[in-house]
Design a protein around this ligand. Structure first.
Ligand code: SF4
Ligand code: SF4
Length: 284
């Protein structure tokens, strides 16, 4: 039996919305029994793009995270639901049965990810089915995945090394590089994400004796004060540097150096993404 999953490379998503429009097109006013009944014209997007804006001054980043039902190994939506109302298929897809779950409005509040919607007309709670009706008809992928122009999301069987999702994950450094959205929920989601946004630190290095010219090629080292872990980078043509995927709340020391100039260090607690601004190096 296949082990279906969807993997997302967040760094490739530009927030175009093609995925959720395709999803809407597939389910709006279309019945796909036994896995879903038609969704209303307004008010339901089974896939939403969470917008995460971080940074300050000139160092601003925008990330988009496609979030749909996470098809959890431990689905909270199934807890306490009537017999057969919510079930997990052998391939891992979690389905809300549109007949057996009729009237179960409380399902909407059970999902910690907020991806279940109430259909007032049909009196049923609804969510992403991982396009189960298409897969059951022999299709090889889902509507959202086939519509993505940047190839940020892939679908397939995790147990088949030749499936698109397995190749996608292997090309991006393997399964260690992917993890769940909001792991703290403990639901063991089947949807996997790479490069979920974390806090970053950025800045710009200038040389004082060169009328504050941008300093390309300065060495910049960041150290996690608690763990001692260090990372190194060099400033670009504009004197800019950036460290991504840092730990929120941790204290860091950043040291900028350039041959012939006095190094400068700054310490800070990263309670959010930060722009250090201009670091001006004086002649040694
Ligand atoms: S993401 Fe929510 S709706 Fe989907 S299986 Fe998990 S708990 Fe259920
Ligand atoms: S897998 Fe299908 S149902 Fe789920 S979000 Fe994508 S298009 Fe919608």
């Amino acid at each position: 039996m296949a082990r279906y999953s969807i993997a997302v490379d967040v760094s490739r998503c530009d927030g175009c919305g093609s995925c959720w429009i395709a999803c809407k097109d597939e389910y709006c006013l279309n019945d796909h029994l036994p896995t879903s009944v038609q969704t209303p014209m307004m008010g339901q997007t089974w896939l939403t793009l969470k917008e995460i804006e971080q940074g300050e001054n000139w160092k601003i980043k925008m990330d988009y995270i496609p979030v749909m039902c996470q098809h959890c190994e431990n689905p909270k939506c199934a807890e306490g639901a009537p017999e057969g109302a919510v079930y997990k298929r052998e391939d891992g897809i979690v389905i809300i049965d549109p007949v057996k779950a009729k009237g179960c409005k409380d399902l909407v509040d059970k999902c910690p990810y907020g991806v279940i919607y109430w259909n007032e007309q049909a009196q049923v709670a609804q969510k992403c089915t991982m396009c189960a009706h298409m897969l059951d008809n022999g299709e090889k992928t889902t509507r959202c995945v086939e519509s993505c122009p940047t190839q940020a999301i892939f679908f397939g069987d995790l147990d088949d090394p030749n499936s698109p999702i397995s190749k996608f994950i292997a090309e991006r450094g393997g399964s260690d590089q992917f993890g769940p959205y909001r792991p703290e929920e403990g639901t063991k989601p089947r949807i996997l994400y790479k490069e979920l946004p974390q806090v970053f630190a950025a800045g710009e290095v200038l040389l004082a004796d060169k009328k504050n010219d941008c300093c390309e090629g300065a060495k910049v080292v960041i150290k996690n004060v608690a763990t001692g872990e260090t990372r190194e980078t060099a400033t670009d043509f504009f004197g800019d540097f950036e460290f991504k995927f840092l730990t929120k709340g941790a204290e860091y020391e950043i040291t900028c150096s350039y041959e012939g100039y006095k190094p400068q260090s700054v310490r800070m607690v990263l309670d959010r993404a930060k722009d250090l601004g201009q670091v001006v190096l004086e002649k040694a």
